[in-house]
Ligand binder design. Structure first.
Ligand code: ATP
Ligand code: MG
Length: 435
């Protein structure tokens, strides 16, 4: 066997069920012959499937052999691009081989290298390599350095880029430096196609309606993901949080399928915990913030040691009779607390860590508040206060970055892990055909 076929291969035999291509999609496939070809617009509007269809044709007809696919993470690349791409190849009688060890796909005489480039320094993965084409899925979630590096590596003659993205902040580099770049547009180096959700006839009406109902129409997420507009968030982030999201009275822990604790860790600020009850229903999950506990170092005038934090966590565990079925999530920047918890034999809860994707967490949590699937017990006064005052950082927005003001954000941040790790597989996260 050729060395390039070493490593684990994916033996799926799945083929692609060709559906309907909108007139916009057909136009993209026929005319994406510029240096950079961007499919931008609403979620689920067919951008990725359309651009993959074109990229496959581009690679097959290219005299070159080396190509790449880039996304935020390798997992996302494999799920959203490689899976349908390989299925399309099989439907065309091409037998691709996925080398999971090398993160490459081989077909005909071609090598398709797969990369996740959502993190700082990810661009180093392709330093020094040469490619004839790049497929960038979700272009707004890879770093600017990675984007520039990809461009610099496309040195083969006739090299092209095929990019898909949802709209983001209007100051985002992809919008300012590329999509709106008058020179690139005038010289016809960049072509863009705007896709709309309604154009995708492969989705059921009910699915589209559910998707639209996920966000209030005046929210930044509705404007971006449904209407396809480049807008930034302004003012309160959880502006749909209201009295209906607050519940009171005694809590029956047996009502919940899971009890989990999220945390936020600050050595000189606040460390806090949120006990969340999760109830699974057939078509959604509901989340109740049952109890909060925290220590504000600034207010107390002293900092807490990890041993003291472990004591607080132990007390919380005992108060609610929690055992190994309860997961306690330690925030990603709290290695010393994790180690202190692991060493303390009184801690019966399972321990896990969580690294947040700030924007995704905000998008999900605001949607849950809107649908009233996330409620906070009236005794959690700090959580309620901070959820109400959680606001977009307008200075960061001017630099194209979506993030909340880093002030009084500890309690809302503590909600993230249990929620994000128990997401109902809904509209945004389940691919109708390929997941
Ligand atoms: N030509 C097609 N043939 C078959 N199915 C299609 C086709 N175009 C779109 N679909 C279906 O529509 C779904 C959404 O399409 P696609 O993933 O391309 O959208 P997208 O615009 O990239 O969405 P997102 O912004 O969420 O990444 C696909 O998972 C697939 O089920
Ligand atoms: Mg896509």
């Amino acid at each position: 066997m050729d060395t390039k076929y070493e490593g684990k291969t994916m033996n799926s035999t799945e083929t692609f069920e060709w559906g309907e291509y909108s007139s916009n999609a057909i136009d993209y496939i026929a005319n994406s012959t510029a240096w950079m070809n961007i499919a931008v617009g609403s979620v689920r509007s067919g951008k990725t499937i359309t651009a993959i269809t074109r990229y496959l044709e581009f690679m097959i007809t290219s005299p070159h052999t080396d190509f790449m696919v880039i996304g935020k993470t390798l997992g996302a690349v494999k799920r959203n691009v490689v899976k349908p791409l390989m299925a399309m190849m099989r439907s065309m009688g091409i037998n691709p081989v996925h080398n999971r060890k090398e993160n490459e796909v081989y077909f005909m005489d071609k090598v398709l290298a797969l990369y996740g480039m959502g993190k700082k320094d990810d661009e180093e993965k392709i330093q020094g390599s040469t490619f004839a084409g790049a497929f960038i899925d979700e272009g707004t979630v890879i770093t600017e350095e990675a984007f520039k590096m990809i461009i610099s590596r496309l040195s083969e003659s006739g090299a092209k880029m095929f990019v898909t993205c949802n709209p983001s902040n209007p100051n985002h580099f992809l919008y300012v430096e590329y999509l709106m770049n008058p020179e690139l547009i005038r010289e016809d180096k960049l072509r863009k196609w705007t896709f709309r959700l309604e154009e995708n006839k492969n989705l059921s009406k009910e699915y589209v309606e559910n998707l639209k109902a996920s966000y209030p129409e005046d929210s930044v997420f509705y404007k971006r993901y449904i209407l396809g507009q480049w807008v930034s968030g302004q003012g309160a982030i959880y502006d749909k949080f209201n009295k209906d999201n607050i519940f009171s009275g005694s809590v029956d822990l047996d009502h919940y399928d899971y009890l989990e604790i999220g945390s936020d860790y600050g050595t000189s600020t606040t460390t806090c915990y949120a006990l969340i009850g999760i109830k699974e229903y057939e078509d959604h999950n509901e989340y109740d913030v049952i109890c909060e506990k925290g220590f504000d170092a600034k207010q107390e005038g002293v900092t807490q040691t990890d041993a003291e934090r472990v004591e607080d966590i132990y007390q919380l565990q005992e108060e609610y009779g929690l055992d190994s079925t309860c997961v306690f999530y330690v925030s990603h920047d709290a290695a010393s607390l994790l180690s202190a918890l692991q060493k303390d034999h009184r801690i019966k809860m399972s321990l896990d860590t969580f690294t947040p994707d700030t924007l995704e967490c905000i998008r999900e949590i605001s949607s849950l508040f809107y649908k009233n699937y996330l409620r906070v017990h009236s005794s959690c006064t700090e959580t309620i206060k901070q959820v109400e005052s959680y606001e977009w950082d307008m200075k960061a927005a001017q630099k194209g970055i979506d993030k909340p003001v880093k002030k009084d954000d500890h309690y809302p941040d503590a909600l993230r892990a249990p929620i994000m790790n128990h997401l109902f597989e809904d509209a945004f996260y389940s691919d109708l055909v390929y997941l």
